[in-house]
Design a protein around this ligand. Structure first.
Ligand SMILES: N[C@@H](CCC(=O)N[C@@H](CS)C(=O)NCC(=O)O)C(=O)O
Length: 207
C-alpha cells in the first residue's frame, strides 16, 4: 500500500494516474499548499525541496519525491509503462527530463503570471507565452512522428507530460495550432486510468 501526498496540480495528478494504470493499492493524503503544509518539518523530511508529490511505500517506509522519479520508480519496479531495454529507457528518461526541466517550469510560470501575480507583468507574460508555445511545438513535432511521447507505446513520459499540456486553455493557448498534440491529449484523456487518477487527485482533504 502506497501513500501519495498530493495537491490537485499537474505534478500531483501524475501520481494517481500512474498508480491507477498499474492497478496499485494506494491512499491519497492531500497536502494544503495554501496553508504551507509542504513546508512543515515533517513534510520536508520526506521532500527536502518542500514540494508535492511524495510517494511513501508502506512496506519499506521509504519516501520518494520529484514526480518523475516517482513515475520512473513505479514503472521500473512494475516492469510496465516503460520499455525493458536500456535504449528505450533512456528515451523515456529524456522526455521525463524535458518535462521536468522545461515544460513544467515554463508553463508553471506562465500560469502564475496569468492567474496569480498581484501586478500585471506584460514582459513576463510575453516571455513565458513564447517559451510555452515553443515547447508545444517541440511536442507537436515529436507526436507527428510517433503515436506516444517516447515512441510506439504509452509510457510514463506521456503521464508526465499530459497533465501539463492539457492546461492550454488556462494558459491562453489555442490548441488548434498543435493538432498532433490535441489528438494525443484526447486519446490519453480517454484512458479510464487517467479519468480515475484525476478523480482521486481531486479528493478532498481528510477530516
Ligand atoms: N520538479 C518537481 C516540481 C514539484 C512542484 O513544483 N510542486 C508544486 C505543485 S505542482 C508545489 O509543491 N508547490 C508548492 C510550493 O512550491 O511551495 C516535481 O516534478 O515533483
Amino acid at each position: 500500500m502506497y501513500t501519495a501526498y498530493l495537491a490537485d496540480t499537474p505534478n500531483g495528478r501524475k501520481i494517481p494516474i500512474a498508480l491507477e494504470e498499474l492497478a496499485l493499492d494506494y491512499r491519497v493524503q492531500p497536502v494544503d499548499l495554501g496553508a504551507d503544509e509542504q513546508h512543515t518539518p515533517a513534510f520536508e523530511r520526506m521532500s527536502p525541496n518542500g514540494k508535492i508529490p511524495v510517494l511513501v511505500d508502506g512496506a519499506s517506509g521509504a519516501a520518494l519525491f520529484e514526480s518523475n522519479a516517482i513515475l520512473f520508480h513505479l514503472a521500473a519496479t512494475s516492469g510496465r509503462l516503460i520499455p525493458d531495454n536500456p535504449a528505450g529507457r533512456a528515451t523515456v528518461l529524456q522526455w521525463l527530463f524535458l518535462q521536468a526541466a522545461s515544460i513544467g517550469p515554463m508553463l508553471g510560470q506562465l500560469w502564475w503570471f496569468r492567474h496569480a501575480s498581484p501586478t500585471p507583468n506584460p514582459q513576463a507574460l510575453a516571455r513565458y507565452t513564447k517559451e510555452a508555445r515553443r515547447l508545444y511545438g517541440v511536442i507537436e513535432r515529436r507526436l507527428a512522428t510517433t503515436p506516444y511521447i517516447a515512441g510506439d507505446s504509452y509510457t510514463v513520459a506521456d503521464i508526465a507530460c499530459w497533465p501539463w499540456l492539457v492546461t492550454h486553455d488556462e494558459l491562453g493557448l489555442d490548441i488548434a495550432a498543435w493538432p498532433a498534440v490535441a489528438a494525443w491529449l484526447d486519446q490519453v484523456a480517454a484512458r479510464p486510468a487517467v479519468q480515475r487518477g484525476l478523480a482521486r487527485s481531486a479528493e478532498p482533504a481528510h477530516v
